[in-house]
Design a protein around this ligand. Structure first.
Ligand code: GLN
Length: 487
């Protein structure tokens, strides 16, 4: 089936003339109208735009101008601005917002020939770990429709897992690419902070946000990242370093590679079966010549608390722009300016977003700034130092991506701390700005489990290399959810 093929395989088929980009796009669009879309992975399907782009890609190819992703059907998380297309960030406040320009990432992928099928569902403003916070309703996990796909890039991960697009984009502020990738059995990489331009991506917490691809394989992730990464003068935090050809180093042997297991990531909070599956994956890497040792990241337990001060603080500033004046929703008949602000924001932000704005505004307020925000920033520095210490003795770190497999819809809705702890293994790398990848590493009952690798700054090539080598030895990434997947 076409939708089971990887980008690498699709590229071959397109090159050999086995099918055209238009045929491929029509195939995906028909799936988007079919039963698999019951998982609610898309907010907007852009069928006409996709067909136009696909036809153009076929013409370009016939003239010998095919780009690296020419004709490959992809989807963007709805947090990426896409010119002329609704960009909602999963929020009612932007439900009618048509972006006047495209994010740099969207443009780069378009220039590379990729065909956008539509925009994927997500937690409102990327706040969440389960995709239950979307104005457009929850996304269902294609492996089991009673369970969450993870969040906040749940639509993007579920769409790749369900064969609704060949690859997708996501953003990761505290785990939002990796945790849903783990829950949906796909590959997702969060690059080094600044590796991919944030220009045109609706901001959640600017010092943590980073975009990345979600794909079936590490090889596909390398292809996507080669296009997505790079310096952008429009984003002052983007890194001015050249982009390596990640695909060139995939085949490197990993013999002698030093992998550290962070003790604190295998604590009592980790589900036992998940832990066992991860240790089986470790054994695979060891059999390929990796040298395993234990390391300690003693600041781990402070990561979630520090994050839940810093991220809300930044979100309270970033979301102040949604005031009913310039963007999106505006309340009816405001009495005065205060009323306009209050009612617009009360009506159109969801509860999780409101709560975080309140927490953030509190943490930044006079008298509390030193006690909370400054303290959290200091903890952030310690976390970063901890990692740098670890990277003196190992090349990369390995851990589970999330403490459990996908949980049931509604299961953690009343327990915010349990929900926040979903990100316990992913958040530290955002606080430190480090790159990290999640790859499928086993099946827990009937649900996928993800393995996380964390690298040093700009070490994406090595993460992709190790992930690819692992995928050459295992089949977890090749498993697809059963049709209509339920428990
Ligand atoms: N779950 C985390 C949060 O809600 C991370 C979200 C993200 O990475 N966008 O903030």
């Amino acid at each position: 089936m076409l939708h089971e093929r990887t980008i690498t395989e699709l590229r071959l088929g397109l090159e050999n003339g086995e099918f055209s980009a238009e045929e491929l796009t029509r195939h995906y669009l028909s799936r988007l109208e079919g039963p698999s879309q019951d998982i609610n992975a898309f907010i907007t399907v852009t069928g006409n735009i996709a067909l136009e782009r696909a036809k153009k890609s076929d013409i370009d190819r016939s003239k010998g101008h095919a780009g690296p992703l020419s004709g490959i059907p992809i989807a963007h998380k709805d947090v990426f601005c896409t010119r002329g297309v609704r960009t909602s960030a999963g929020s009612l406040i932007l439900d009618k917002f048509i972006a006047p320009y495209s994010a740099t990432v969207v443009e780069k992928l378009e220039q590379a020939g990729a065909v956008m099928l539509g925009k994927t569902n997500q937690d409102e403003f990327a706040m969440g770990s389960s995709n239950e916070n979307s104005h457009y309703g929850p996304v269902l996990n294609p492996w089991d429709r009673t369970r969450v796909p993870g969040g906040s890039s749940g639509g993007s991960a579920a769409a790749v897992a369900a064969g609704l697009c060949a690859a997708s984009t996501g953003t990761d502020t505290g785990g939002s690419i990796r945790q849903p990738s783990s829950f949906c059995g796909v590959t997702g990489i969060k690059p080094t902070y600044g590796r991919i331009s944030r220009w045109g991506i609706i901001a959640y917490a600017s010092s943590l946000d980073q975009a990345g691809p979600i794909t079936q394989t590490a090889e596909d992730a390398a292809l996507m990242l080669e296009v997505m990464a790079g310096h952008d003068p429009k984003d002052s935090t983007s890194i001015a370093a050249g982009v390596p050809r990640y695909t060139d180093s995939l085949a490197n042997p990993i013999k002698g590679l030093r992998i550290g297991l962070c003790q604190e990531y295998f604590d009592e909070g980790l589900d036992a079966t998940t832990g066992k599956l991860i240790m089986e994956a470790v054994a695979v890497l060891e059999s390929q010549g990796a040298v395993i040792s234990e390391v300690s990241l003693s600041t781990t337990r402070y990561a979630v608390p520090a994050y839940y001060v810093i991220a809300p603080a930044e979100c309270s500033a970033n979301l102040s722009r949604y005031d009913g004046v310039r963007f999106g929703h505006r309340c009816e008949n405001p009495k005065d300016l205060d009323d306009l602000y209050k009612r617009t924001r009360s009506e159109a932000f969801g509860n999780e977003v409101k709560q975080r704005i309140l927490v953030g505004a509190f943490a930044l307020s006079t008298g509390y700034y030193d006690a909370y925000y400054r303290k959290a920033q200091q903890v952030r520095r310690l976390i970063r130092n901890d990692f740098q210490e670890a990277f003196k003795t190992v090349d990369l770190l390995l851990s589970p991506t999330a403490p459990t497999p996908a949980f049931r819809i509604g299961e953690k809705s009343d327990d915010q701390v349990a929900m926040y702890l979903q990100d316990i293994y992913t958040i530290s790398s955002n606080l430190a700005g480090l790159p990290a990848i999640s790859i499928p590493a086993g099946i827990h009952g009937h649900l996928p489990t993800g393995l996380q690798l964390i690298g040093n700054y700009l070490d994406e090539a090595r993460l992709l290399n190790v992930a690819h080598q692992y995928q050459l030895q295992t089949n977890w990434h090749k498993l697809s959810p059963p049709a209509g997947g339920t428990a």
